[in-house]
Design a protein around this ligand. Sequence first.
Ligand SMILES: Cc1ncc(C[n+]2csc(CCOP(=O)(O)OP(=O)(O)O)c2C)c(N)n1
Length: 624
Amino acid sequence: MEDLLSQVNAPDDLNEFTNEELNQLADEIRDFLICTVSETGGHLASNLGVVELTIALHKHLNSPKDKIVWDVGHQSYTHKILTGRRDKMPSIRKKDGLSGYPKFNESVHDIIETGHSGTSISSGLGLACARDHRGSSERIYSVIGDGAITGGMAFEALNHGGHLEKDFNIILNDNNMSIAKNVGALSNYLAKLRTDPSLRKISGEMGDLLNSIPGIGSGMFKTMDKAKDSLKYLLVPGVLFEEMGFTYLGPVPGHDIEALINIFKQADKINGPVVIHVNTVKGKGYYPAESCPSDYHGVGAFTIENGKSEKSKGNKTYSQVFGETVTRIAEEDMRVVGITAAMPAGTGLDLFQERFPERFYDVGIAEQHALTLSAGLSRGGMRPIVALYSTFLQRGYDQLIHDIALQNLPVTIGIDRAGIVGSDGETHQGQFDLTYLRTVPNLTVMAPKDEQELIEMIKTGHKLDNPAAVRYPRGEGLGIDLDYSRPEIKLGEGELIIDGDKILVIAIGSMVYPAKEAIKELEDKNFKIGLYNARFVKPLPKEIIELASKYDNIITVEENSLNGGFGSGVMELLADNELQHKLIKRIGIPDKFIEHGGQNEMRDIYNLSSRGIKEYLVSILEEK
Ligand SMILES: Cc1ncc(C[n+]2csc(CCOP(=O)(O)OP(=O)(O)O)c2C)c(N)n1
């Protein structure tokens, strides 16, 4: 059979293909995706689920004039392949290679950049408003998953979109999965629409009926809508969306390109906003991913034959140690509840979920709600421990301030993936949390140098009567022997690791060991460089003032933005104590969004490795 994939360099190339050829192309793309991701790693299962949907969209639409807005953007690989980036796919998620998400600088077909969930309806609606202001006529399709639509932003956008009555289409890509199994009342509702044969039959019959009455069918829906005919509740599936002002079409089988194109044609004829409910299978076509989609949501390189990932060093990850710590604390304290926003495995809370299902809450992709729910739980006498990634905690900043800190509630937040995250790039970096947390009154902010300190800091958070946050990096710990019985670290107590003279390095969290290594490599110089592990960003250890007065110079090191970060905090402390002349250098993340690449590779580029820290120290020593 002739290879079709190599003939597609732009969406227009699809125009030449018959339906049969489009199906063949889907098979070829699927093989290509499995092959590529087995080498690069990436979001395999989500991408395998939308191959036909993406082909159908590009066949039906005229991109880039018409706009496709991807929610999260992790499922945009087929879109990248169809829009001229096939040859670059082996570089995906690597430094200087393609991003794993839509990016303006890669293609005119990437209209909105994303990485966080639940933005596509708002941005699609914005594009529709802009189109109408300009008086043009492009079609706009936002593609959102059943997981992403559980987030508050998606509800806000539905509410507004139904009110505005703009022409734009939402494709609800329903595979019944978030990263883990999707949760929530909306998810149950979608499952009913998907599986209730009577609704499917009615939907099919209604569709046939509409198709058979040219120009009248969609009007009929509208009449029913206006009349608020109670019959509609019996006849029309998706009444929830209908009542919010959308026309609901579907559910349509999401691996049938012809059926998809037909429903898109139908949607284009309808005035006002439309929800097209598409059923897909996450991981479609690759048995390991189809049978266990959560394991293949995001994967490292793997062997195609058995689906097994390359072996890692085998140290426990920070997330695992966090999960184990919370579970142990909960054994002794019945008040402990664990909360995640759709990331039970990613945050390590799956262990807690297994052990204490009745005290575990997965709230869906709803970070804001997770935090305010914790505030309520706390006021009700529980001791919530919330686990969120640093980048997603950004979503819940007001909830942290207004609902937790203002009321000084004892909620502990485990902030995973803080600092450089690696191949997910700009949208996922945990580079801002120390900056935005430092300003919150009542909040204690900690960062462990290793996984043992993580255990002790979670205990500190749990014992405090005020809110506390502990931030730790993505990936494996240092592999040290863990002692879960050690007590909590006292509030504001840092640790002098090397007592030196002249220069003191004050490091926080993940930067303590690289700083120690750098200092060790400079041991034979005349200076003895000191090292202090601050442990606390808020309150900063008082000991820093004492130490600073003994040393000539201070250098701070952090895996956080330099703007307003840990080093800024030390600077303020020194200035407030007339010691501002002591601080000579702050090492940290510069004022920019950090691109994708290997985690350690990017750390090294931004001097957040022992090499980078050593170079800084050498330059300072040479100046002296
Ligand atoms: C605000 C936010 N929280 C969490 C995530 C992590 N995340 C990425 S994809 C995903 C699940 C998305 O599920 P769905 O929308 O159904 O898409 P699917 O992968 O199933 O196709 C989650 C939780 C995120 N990207 N953004």
